[in-house]
Design a protein around this ligand. Structure first.
Ligand SMILES: *Cc1c(COP(=O)(O)O)cnc(C)c1O
Length: 317
């Protein structure tokens, strides 16, 4: 297993300093009361570009620049595209971001506003990936992956270091799981420093790739996924993230879309924090009626805030 080491994550923190923000760890009495626990919220929705993805993107890009890259290409209509565009501008390289023809115009506008060139290709993630790889080959520039890379994981792991630094009493860390870069990095940081702290993954019932993989003991590839949390829709963990999740993540649990939307609304109304569905998934587990984290010191990663505000008024299901 190639996990980022504690030193690599520490070095990543130094490398991305100034490009990313050290986000606050917020206390919310209403959240703690409802979870019957001492809950702290890691506010990555307040991160530059609106999600943690800029940490991994900036770290990976710094290595590519060190190896001589002057340009980079990626494929993402969402938070990773914005993160790469932002990090590229900060590091003085040009970025090309391949998005689907159906991409949200607001997200496309944000990517262009950070100075990246937007390219449209098809509607599926496969269409985007093929186009980005073709550009990478034709132009001789590197492709920057959203999660399946050890330098990306090391960047995301800086979230774990900051949680430990701000909340020494933490007992459980709840992390949303998409392709596994965020939780892989956080688990590597935490298990290397405080191995008794539990790291729990949370994913939507409609996209249970990590919980199924843990149960099967092998990397499961789902035929399809369906969830309101668009950052957690990956069909599978990556070939590099899976072994890290397998060996370092204590457990992966699932939550319904209804619970995710409820957690999102609770955060907006009671804690005054506007997060996107993927960013509310981990909290949805803490607010589960069975109170699974009752009595514990819990850090919950609010991973991003780039949601469609219309979701706030969607009828509870
Ligand atoms: C990408 C993303 C995730 C999932 O991260 P992975 O590294 O793919 O597991 C969670 N939340 C938000 C807001 C994201 O953008």
């Amino acid at each position: 297993m190639i996990r980022p080491t504690r030193e690599e994550i520490r070095e990543a923190a130094g490398r991305i300093f100034g490009v990313v923000r050290r986000t606050p760890l917020l206390a919310s009495a209403s959240v703690s009361e409802r979870a019957e626990a001492t809950v702290r919220l890691k506010a990555e929705h307040l991160q530059r570009t609106g999600s943690f993805k800029v940490r991994g993107a900036a770290n990976a890009l710094a290595f590519l620049v060190q190896d001589g890259a002057r340009a980079v290409v990626t494929a993402s209509s969402g938070n990773h595209g914005q993160a790469v565009a932002y990090a590229a501008r900060a590091l003085g390289v040009s970025a090309r971001v391949v998005v689907p023809t159906t991409a949200n115009p607001l997200k496309v506008a944000a990517i262009s506003a950070y100075g990246a060139t937007v390219e449209y290709a098809g509607v599926t993630s496969q269409d985007r990936l093929e186009r980005a790889e073709a550009i990478a080959r034709a132009e001789g520039i590197p492709f920057l992956p959203p999660y399946d890379d050890v330098t990306v994981m090391a960047g995301q792991g800086t979230v774990g270091l900051e949680i430990l630094g701000d909340f020494a009493e933490v007992e459980t860390v709840l992390v949303p799981v998409g392709g596994g870069g965020l939780i892989g990095g956080i688990a590597a940081a935490i298990k290397a420093t405080a191995p008794r702290v539990r790291v729990l993954g949370v994913e939507p019932e409609g996209a249970p790739k990590a919980s199924r993989s843990k149960a099967a003991g092998t990397r499961v590839i789902l035929p399809s996924t369906e969830t309101v949390a668009d950052g957690l829709r990956a069909l599978a963990l990556g070939v590099h993230t899976w072994p890290v999740v397998e060996s370092l993540v204590d457990e992966v649990v699932t939550v319904s879309d209804a619970a995710i939307l409820d957690a999102m609304r609770f955060l907006a109304i009671r804690a005054k924090q506007l997060v996107e569905p993927s960013g509310a998934a981990a909290l949805a587990w803490a607010l589960n009626p069975a109170r699974p984290v009752a009595g514990q010191n819990v850090a919950v990663v609010l991973s991003g805030g780039n949601g469609d505000p219309a979701l706030l008024s969607r009828e509870p299901v």
